[in-house]
Write a protein that binds this ligand. Sequence first.
Ligand code: F0G
Length: 447
Amino acid sequence: MSERVYQKCININCSATFSVAEPLFACRSCGDLLDVQYDWEHLEVPGNLGWFEQRWSTRHEPLDWSGVWRFRELLPFCSTRDCVTVGEGQTILQRNDHVAEYTDSAPGSVYLQYEGMNPSGSFKDNGMTAATSHAKMVGAENVACASTGNTSASIALYAHACDLGCTVFIGSGRIAYGKLSQALDYGAKTIQIKGDFDDCMRQVQDVCRKENIYLVNSLNPFRLEGQKTIMYRVLEALRWQSPDWIVVPGGNLGNSSAFGKAFLELKHLGLIDKVPRLAIINAKGANTLYELYENQGIRFNGGDVEVGKVNQYYQELDDSGYRPDTVATAIEISRPVNLKKCLRALEICNGVVRDVSDEDIVEAKSVVGRFGIGCEPASGASVAGLKLLREQGIIGSNEMAVCILTGHQLKDPNCTVNYHIEQDGRFSNSPIEVDNDIDAIIKAIKS
Ligand code: F0G
């Protein structure tokens, strides 16, 4: 096994290590989550983050163009020969003073990170470019995932880009049509299970184990390596300065886990002075993390998580027949698989967790649409969360907050049209029906 890069179980009572050549999504000894670990002292790492700017002048090279692989020294688990790219990570960090005003923050303090600009329209591409690179590296032929929509769209795109067979599992509940249409169009074998996302997640793991299929959900530690780069691009856009806060929606908790690891490593490498605080925002209808972290006080505790309490909470969900339910279908998840890693991220980043209502999510989303480039409902949760944290005085009005907008505005047009036509919301903008008559049309324009 290469000593410089390996997989390591995050359970401190286990800490088993495995070669990167092994396609694993759980520790073979104890079943816990795995990390990709680097022996940084024996790897070539730039002395400062500004070093990466040299890649801007070699953008004609696909790996230097990629918003993931241009930071490859910070995720050095595969050789450049194995890297799969379709041009991911051309994202925008936008200062948005209207959103600042909406959240009662000072002008210049609120930034929006548009991950919907990615090729498949969500942040998932950051992860899939890394996961499929690893899949190719270990000689996998087939990949699979469970998904609330975006993961399936993303893997379907990357799988056909690098010739992998692809199966996606979706629940029979709500999946936004933008996302479903992508998985179908990109040619994924789409299995619709009579159940919700959590059921799909359980099934896909069993199927992958049984059929030796490469799993690309965020249990896959290599996928999360790609998602670290979202933070590198935020820092890059801020001239390598850390913001005060990163605000991100929480579903399966892969993103937040990856962000925590990114900052832990950057700090360890002496590449940043300050680690931003992390705010993770659940939807009220799928608020497991909020309940466990804020109400039950579950903490990472250096890896010694009170698993008994977590399992008891899940048992209670089962006993009461609970099913998560939110307009933000992307984060309609009640058993987040990355819970432990996310708790670690909250520890690293002195984090907080909040939950926001569907009404708040849809309104915040409409503000991003009205004054920015737009986003899907789950992404609106981060702006709604910032507003709440401002009201609660947890985030100061002058503190710089970056809201991660995880998915594109066109992913879920039904939600948007419904808000504008059916709901009488603060930012609703419904079409005006007029007779087929020029005077009536002009009257309506002037009204
Ligand atoms: N935002 C969007 C748009 C998503 O699609 C997801 C997750 C999240 C936020 C939550 O991110 O899981 O890292 O906490 N979507 C997954 C999917 C579950 O299947 O597409 P997370």
